[in-house]
Design a binder for this molecule. Structure first.
Ligand SMILES: [Zn+2]
Length: 302
């Protein structure tokens, strides 16, 4: 056992801080995913709630939000390295549009290996479970639920559908107020972190409550269209990805060049976009899970 302050634990702390930074580069940070899933929990039907509860790992204590960052925590380990490309989709530079067939592949050109492809895939796995064609050998449905919940969040982060050439803003080095970082990290973490400090007494629950009251109040008329999915479709990640690259062009990339210092003007004009994307991610995750588990899980008994 290490005492706090001895060399070993100091090293462990440094590693943890580094890991947190590294994982933050790769998707909405922990706060963003927690917020999306917490918002989703509010909108689950009884059937979906029951199915989610059945599938959650015991470590979740019945709380979906507590495991929504899991895919970021494991993705750097050897066993899960294959899942890395599933957190984003890159689109052609400056085109500002997204097409599944053109864009959804990994760096090796393997089709369907991107965030929207992953959402379709894990939705299908969970649907099979719901229809009783479920085999524990084929899929781990606890993982499917955690991946789906995470990736519906990711596809709403505009720079997860960014340009190929700058890796969704990862290679655009900027200053966030005084701190050197990159544009992708600004959208994953920094805007949310600054908002928490400036407006929400550093309490994520306050920020989530503010977003929830916007959903029932400011965005009330839009929420049913957020839930919409083409006829007979269970998951609809393609329009979410199109919205994201649009917002990336209009807000994330706009007026940013390598070396820019981003501060109040950028922060205040982009925060409403971030909050709306967290809201949409939550409402749509719930709508997707509600469609998947519409008639309750039918586990086959033999
Ligand atoms: Zn991610």
């Amino acid at each position: 056992m290490h005492r706090i302050g001895d060399g070993g634990s100091l090293w462990v702390w440094r590693l943890l801080i580094l890991l947190q930074f590294v994982s933050g580069i790769l998707s909405w940070g922990k706060e963003g995913h927690f917020a999306t899933c917490r918002i989703a929990e509010e909108y689950l039907t009884e059937d979906a709630k029951a199915a989610v509860k059945e599938l959650l790992p015991s470590s979740a204590g019945g709380d979906l939000a507590s495991v929504c960052s899991w895919p970021d925590e494991i993705r750097h380990s050897y066993r899960w390295r294959w899942s890395g490309p599933l957190h984003y989709v890159d689109t052609p530079d400056f085109k500002c549009n997204y097409e599944y067939c053109r864009d959804c592949h990994d760096l090796g050109g393997n089709k369907d290996r991107c965030v929207t492809g992953a959402i379709y895939n894990y939705t299908k796995q969970l649907m099979d479970f719901n229809h009783g064609c479920y085999s524990t050998v084929e899929y781990n449905l606890t993982e499917a639920l955690m991946f789906l919940s995470h990736f519906v969040g990711d596809v709403h982060q505009p720079l997860h559908v960014g340009f190929t050439g700058d890796e969704g803003g990862n290679t655009i080095i900027v200053h966030w107020y005084g701190r050197k970082t990159n544009l992708h990290h600004v959208w994953d973490n920094m805007i949310i972190d600054s908002a928490l400090k400036m407006f929400y007494q550093s309490d994520l629950n306050n920020m989530i409550e503010a977003i929830q009251s916007n959903i029932t109040d400011v965005w009330f008329n839009d929420v049913s269209s957020w839930r919409n999915c083409a006829a007979n479709q269970t998951a609809c990640p393609d329009p979410y990805a199109s919205e994201s690259i649009n917002l990336a062009c209009k807000f994330a990339y706009k007026d940013v060049t390598p070396g820019s210092t981003l501060k109040n003007d950028y922060f205040r004009s982009r925060l409403p976009i971030v909050e709306q994307r967290l809201a949409q991610g939550g409402v749509r995750l719930a709508a997707t899970l509600n469609r998947i588990f519409a008639s309750g899980p039918k586990v086959t008994t033999t």
